[in-house]
Design a protein around this ligand. Structure first.
Ligand SMILES: NC(=O)C1=CN([C@@H]2O[C@H](COP(=O)(O)OP(=O)(O)OC[C@H]3O[C@@H](n4cnc5c(N)ncnc54)[C@H](O)[C@@H]3O)[C@@H](O)[C@H]2O)[C@H](O)CC1
Ligand code: K
Length: 516
């Protein structure tokens, strides 16, 4: 673990297999299974009571495994507190502990039915059908029940995961409960950071039931660790510290190679993103005709005029733009167009960190990306959206974003960020990060250019913490997403144009209203 604080429960993201192993370790050390279930269900019950004040009738769905066991204990506790509880149990079989809880709750007089209709008059439904033990697709009657519940307008709280969602990939297995709230138990599961699961999760929260960190680290250190870059964690690492005695070139010199006559604004947006990163110096290599405009918008930047093609793309780079010893990082891509064809090859030889986005990625897609990237001797960071990613790696056999970034990072010896509602990042050392929040307001032209500039500006800065490029990329992605969230809260989703976004970047670093 690094010296900064990722060693807390909320920063780990586990697979179903890892969760089961952690749980097993706890049981092997002497914790009784039933005691853990009791503890977890007590916390779930209290959160339900706090969330749904004034509610009196609660429907509880109890599945065959321990997810159902949790739900049965919740049913008992709510009944004892005076709630009107009805249990829907679609499958007659069940694990022993689950069955024991059901037998007891039945003896207390709680209705247990296999007719879903009896829950239609409930004010809240608790989904304990399946948790991380779900392995097979839902079909037949179970799938129909899930569809019916989704059609009702009764709020649904899922225990651990919405039933039907694959714990790791976030895929819908046949059909899935569309929850309003999901209480994730103990540790965040991978599904919470997969775009496919998002429409089903509702508002996700973690129920920390006191898993000792030592048990988590004992299990996840051997396999791939996935970490969650929360807003608070990103903010604790920003701004990158500057020594008291320094000068602009010691704070990093970033070269941005971007722009064309057609996409002139992309250079400005990348430049504004870089400005907000705190980087010491920015040089911009762009088509010569853009210079007056660039000087107006980015007076602090050094503009390197590039000869243009007839279409207004960069035709070639002047020698000053390839004197790599002058720069600490180079960002390539925004607005280049595919006319800037010959540009990329010499840049790929640059012995400094390279950040590729947009047309930088599209140009790379034409030149055997995996092999090309592998031959580089310095850090390479790619920031594709899913479309660009597919063009780069069309034959990749992986369904979910987290596996995709991990697979490609390893095969290409690079750091990959796939941008989405939930972005994921992996580095060649298999360090993996997920970004827990974003806003659809960021799905807007120019927003990616801002991220490119911001990220590249961070990469160019030397800093005593020596964060890995993968960690830096995760920080930039969270910073960008949180600035978007802040902008949309204050200006509505309509107000989050790329320029406005840049104005919220500093506010995120200074703000204290984010507690995720
Ligand atoms: N460590 C924790 O976080 C704790 C978790 N608890 C809860 O336990 C579940 C996991 O329990 P488990 O019994 O392993 O799995 P499930 O409840 O998800 O159910 C598995 C059960 O269902 C069968 N099954 C799977 N798919 C299907 C299907 N399509 N159709 C029919 N049956 C299916 C499978 O064969 C199993 O029998 C976790 O999520 C938490 O909610 C503990 O209570 C506390 C600690
Ligand atoms: K569930």
């Amino acid at each position: 673990m690094n010296h900064y604080s990722t060693s807390s429960i909320e920063h780990f993201v586990v697979s179903a297999r890892q969760m089961a192993a952690i749980e097993q370790r706890i049981f092997d050390l002497g914790m009784p299974v039933a005691a853990l279930m009791e503890k977890v269900a007590g916390l779930i019950t209290q959160r339900l009571i706090d969330l749904f004040k004034g509610v009196s009738k609660v429907g509880i769905i109890v599945g065959p495994g321990h997810n159902g066991g949790d739900a049965a204990v919740v049913a008992r506790e709510l009944h004892l507190k005076g709630y009107n509880v009805a249990i829907y149990r679609p499958l007659n079989k069940g694990k022993e502990l689950t069955q024991a809880h059901l037998d007891y709750v039945k003896s207390l007089g709680v209705t247990i039915t296999n007719h879903l209709g009896e829950l239609e008059s409930c004010e809240v439904i608790v989904d304990g059908l399946f948790g991380f033990g779900m392995t097979r697709s839902l079909d037949g009657e179970l799938a129909n029940a899930v569809k019916t519940i989704n059609q009702w307008s009764i709020p649904v709280v899922s225990i651990d995961l919405p039933s039907g969602i694959h714990t790791d990939t976030g895929e819908v297995l046949g059909s899935a409960i569309a929850a309003d709230y999901t209480f994730c138990l103990g540790l965040w599961k991978l599904a919470f950071f997969q775009d496919t699961a998002l429409p089903y999760l509702g508002k996700p929260t973690l129920i920390d039931f006191g898993i000792p960190l030592a048990d988590v680290e004992a299990v996840v250190k051997e396999s791939t660790v996935v970490k969650r870059m929360s807003a608070n964690l990103a903010r604790s690492l920003l701004p990158l510290p500057r020594p008291l005695v320094t000068h602009k070139y010691k704070q990093g010199h970033l070269l941005i190679i971007a722009g064309s006559y057609q996409y002139a604004g992309s250079v400005i947006l990348a430049g504004l993103g870089a400005r907000k990163s705190g980087v010491g110096m920015v040089s911009i290599a762009a088509p010569a005709s853009l210079k007056p405009m660039l000087v107006t918008h980015l007076p602090e930047a050094l503009i390197i005029d590039c000869p243009e093609t007839t279409e207004g793309a960069i035709a070639e780079l002047p020698s000053v733009a390839t004197q790599w010893e002058k720069y600490n990082a180079v960002a390539v891509g925004p607005g280049l167009t595919l006319d800037a064809q010959s540009l990329l090859s010499p840049i790929l030889d640059a012995p400094i960190p390279l950040i590729l986005d947009a047309d930088g990625l599209n140009l790379l897609a034409q030149m055997n990306p995996e092999k090309t990237l592998k031959s580089r001797h310095q850090t390479t960071i790619l920031t594709p959206h899913p479309g660009e990613f597919r063009r780069l790696f069309p034959n990749l056999d992986a369904t979910d974003t987290i596996t995709k970034v991990q697979t490609v990072a390893k095969a290409s010896n690079s750091c990959i960020l796939i941008k989405g509602a939930r972005s994921a990042i992996a580095g060649n050392n298999q360090e993996t990060w997920v970004i827990p929040e974003s806003t659809p307001a960021l799905a807007r032209g120019g927003s990616g250019d801002v991220l490119t500039g911001l990220l590249s500006g961070l990469v160019a800065q030397s800093h005593p913490q020596k964060l890995s490029p993968t960690t830096i990329t995760a920080i930039a992605a969270t910073w960008h997403a949180q600035a978007g969230i802040m902008a949309s809260q204050q200006q509505s989703e309509l107000g989050v144009d790329a320029f406005t976004l840049t104005q919220y970047l500093t506010q995120f670093v200074m703000g204290n209203q984010f507690d995720t």
